[in-house]
Design a protein around this ligand. Structure first.
Ligand code: GDP
Length: 510
């Protein structure tokens, strides 16, 4: 019978990436480690692994030691020989190459995955985070109240998982809008009694735009009216096909109330992280991102920094934008004082004089003088850029458009009813041609939100509104970010605008 890739890997004592390498070598296609493979292939892989083990080297020795010329020569024949077809022989070569390429990377240690939880209001994001925190965070100080620092570290049987604990996509998008990507995996929470709602679609659009892998958690499974099948069918309509329907979307039923399924969810996160092969060098140059900044009445400015590369130490000088600070004290997410922090660790830092904004990148400097130099350099770059903005001449490419032949018009659509959303989407679909692709990144009911603007900003999309108007706060952000929000009361005027966008994309406008 069919077997899931990760199950087979586990059975044969192989790491998932190694298993995928073997599958690549055989030219077997798969979507993820949770895809199933045919019985014949399973047999073949068992043989290959047996042969590799018998050949003496063993698979584990191979992945831990750098591959030398002779190892490679010895390892190469085993895969193709057992199948004896042309395509497998060619595939075996690819696997060898991949092994060689990854040999250098594998000296950089693995790091824990950073996960964000998104979804519609009331679907249980906070409850799920609370459940995980309650059951998976070791209480360091008895009776101590853990402060909210924007992230926490959960311990699981498969290692550490870091959760960003500002639920909702605001945190995700503000961080991304500044060019940083903190989350490795997005959990989309969908209540089993409510299925897909507008913010669910938004969350999915945000994860897709960021190219962050998604895992769906169908929550509230304890409710008698829970209908997970409806959720799965609704997902399929967004072209997100759960694996049990033949797709590659991982869907995990959970209850934040009873804890049912949460263990499975954590396992899938670890599995996905393993597949992503996340690595960072604790000895490398420090790089981090601000998760949250705030002023504490007693302590002063507190900033939560996610360490992405390298290691932070008390006493280090950090630069954020055009400010710097010296780390006076650091605490981990459970509130314990620490002296150093490596990759995938959220730390709260005391030592900045200005409150940094989430999403800002953090780097380190050797000493105060170096920090000041970096800042001076940035300030002068900024002034140059501001001047250049004023004097800028159009380049040929800007006049003629990019040279690739298919253009994409990115749109975010907002309308008063589901009916108008569907009607407009129907008309838009017919506007597509060989030269122009219309990409509706998000179509929703109700006024555009700040999240829409951030998404539009990163994707260079135009926001089109039909019979809804953006609140003042949202237009203000749009103005700041140079995002166009256009509102219409008549469908054909909206369509005319789309025509203009298409033309604008096709022909130079003088
Ligand atoms: P959020 O807005 O997505 O953060 O949702 P919350 O975590 O605040 O949950 C909204 C409501 O749903 C609260 O009343 C929770 O107690 C309830 N809730 C959350 N998860 C579950 C669950 O698994 N089962 C049940 N029965 N209720 C839940």
């Amino acid at each position: 019978s069919k077997v899931r890739i990760y199950t087979l890997a586990k059975e044969l004592g192989l790491e998932n990436p190694k298993m995928l390498e073997i599958l690549d070598g055989l030219g077997v296609s798969y979507k993820s480690v949770s895809s199933t493979i045919e019985e014949d292939t399973v047999e073949l892989i068992r043989q290959i692994v047996d042969e590799e083990n018998a050949a003496g080297g063993g698979t584990s020795a191979q992945s831990s030691a750098p591959i030398t010329q002779s190892d490679e020569a010895a390892a190469a024949p085993s895969a193709p020989a057992s199948q004896g077809t042309q395509s497998a022989a060619a595939g075996g070569q690819t696997a060898t190459q991949t092994r060689q390429e990854t040999a250098a990377a594998s000296e950089v240690p693995h790091r824990a995955p950073v996960v964000t939880i998104m979804g519609h209001v009331d679907h249980g994001k906070t409850s799920l985070l609370d459940y995980i925190r309650k059951t998976r965070v070791a209480a360091k100080e008895a009776g101590g109240i853990t402060q909210h620092v924007g992230a926490f570290e959960a311990q699981t049987s498969k290692g550490k998982i870091v959760f960003i604990d500002t639920p909702g996509h605001e945190a995700f998008t503000t961080i991304r809008a500044r060019g940083a990507n903190v989350a490795d995996i997005a959990i989309i929470v969908i209540a089993a009694d409510d299925s897909l709602m507008p913010q669910t679609r938004e969350a999915i659009a945000h994860a897709q735009a960021a190219k962050v892998p998604m895992i769906i958690a169908i929550n509230k499974m304890d409710l008698p009216q829970a209908n997970p099948d409806k959720v799965k069918t609704d997902l399929t309509q967004l072209n997100l096909v759960p694996e049990e329907y033949g797709g590659d979307l991982i869907v995990v039923p959970v209850s934040a109330k009873t804890g049912e399924g949460v263990e499975d969810l954590l396992e899938y996160i670890s599995l996905n992280a393993e597949l992503e092969d996340l690595r960072a060098d604790p000895k490398g140059k420090f790089a981090g991102v601000i998760i949250e900044g705030k002023v504490d009445k007693q302590a002063g400015v507190l900033a939560t920094v996610m360490v992405q590369e390298g290691t932070l130490h008390v006493g280090d000088f950090l630069v954020v934008g055009e400010n710097y600070g010296k780390i006076k004290a650091m605490t981990d997410s459970a509130g314990a004082r620490i002296k150093e922090a490596g990759p995938s660790t959220p730390v709260q830092i005391l030592g900045f004089s200005e409150v940094p904004t989430s999403g800002e990148k953090v780097s380190s400097a050797k000493n105060e003088h170096a920090a000041r130099e970096v800042i001076a350099g940035r300030a002068s770059d900024r002034r140059d850029a501001e001047n250049a903005q004023v004097q800028r001449k159009l380049t040929l490419e800007e006049m003629m458009g990019p040279l690739s032949s298919v253009r994409t018009v990115n749109l975010i659509l907002r309308a008063d009813t589901q009916g108008s959303v569907e009607a407009i989407q129907g008309i838009l679909a017919r506007k597509e041609s060989e030269d122009v692709k219309i990409n509706v990144m998000l179509a929703g009911i109700g006024a555009p939100t700040e999240g829409d603007v951030l998404l539009a900003g990163t994707a260079e999309a135009t926001i089109l509104c039909f019979s809804v108007t953006a609140p003042g706060s949202v237009t203000k952000i749009a103005d700041n970010k140079g995002v166009d929000i256009k509102s219409f009361r008549i469908i054909y005027e909206l369509i005319d605008e789309v025509d203009r966008l298409i033309k604008g994309n096709l022909e130079p406008v003088f």
